[in-house]
Design a protein around this ligand. Structure first.
Ligand code: SAH
Length: 225
């Protein structure tokens, strides 16, 4: 799977993709993440990519031409399944959306800044608008990194067995069960005995019950669906 991320701040995305699972997925050739500097597609001499909003008001608006040039260039090189705009007014990211995106081949992700991007970019090019939650960040880079992480870890082969995504929260209708590691007794705080019992059926059953309990307590809405 390939991600092409278009941003004015490519530096903001260097570190998130250069560590841990995202780095390994790229090294293994399971995903390709290419970050494009929008400023290289600016046509004016100051290399600016934003301008004052029509109708006045505060904040700058990102212009259509640089985005169009970058998107058109990418589209001339390969077919894209989705062109995603990260936006607080988009559809809120969840696990099932991530599962769906993990099946795609090529995806472009647009990062907004300032007041946002010219509506015509959204009308003409964007096929999906995704929010990472009901709060406003200053740019689409961190949301794009969140999206890419959520999707890439679902690509077969990216996670090893020990970190399998299948038992994670939201993968079914339940939150994940509590987890413990050594020592079994920390200043009198003990690990639930069943986990030390060696009886796998009992352990599985305990985990299921804990998942159910946690979901009932914290996210009863998941059980209603
Ligand atoms: N004026 C816009 C917010 C602009 S914030 C509004 O009220 O909807 C600048 C950019 O940051 C956005 O264009 C978007 O790309 C990104 N962004 C901010 N919050 C986000 C969120 N919760 N989810 C996804 N992207 C977000």
């Amino acid at each position: 799977m390939r991600f092409d991320i278009i941003t004015v701040l490519p530096g903001l995305l260097e570190s998130p993709f250069a560590h841990s699972i995202l780095q390994r997925a790229q090294k293994k050739g399971l995903t390709e993440i290419v970050v494009h500097n929008l400023r290289s597609y600016a046509t004016n001499k100051h290399k600016s990519v934003d301008d004052y909003p029509y109708g006045g008001g505060s904040g700058m608006v990102m212009q259509i031409a640089p985005f169009a040039a970058c998107i058109e260039k990418l589209k001339s090189e390969r077919e894209y399944d989705e062109i995603i705009f990260m936006s607080p007014d988009g559809c809120q990211l969840n696990q099932s959306m991530a599962n769906g995106l993990a099946l795609k081949k090529n995806v472009i992700v647009l990062c907004g800044h300032y007041k946002g991007i010219d509506q015509r970019i959204r009308d003409i090019y964007v096929t999906k608008e995704i929010s990472i939650g009901d709060y406003v960040l200053s740019g689409g880079e961190l949301p794009a990194a969140v999206l890419v992480d959520a999707v890439v870890r679902l690509i077969p082969g990216v996670l090893s067995d020990e970190t399998s995504a299948l038992s994670d929260s939201f993968q079914g209708d339940l939150l994940d069960a509590p987890v413990y590691t050594r020592p079994a007794d920390w200043n009198g705080h003990k690990v639930p005995y069943v986990l030390l019992s060696g009886n796998q059926a009992m352990i599985d059953n305990w985990r299921y019950e804990q998942s159910l309990l946690r979901t009932r307590e914290r996210r009863p809405d998941l059980l209603d669906e």
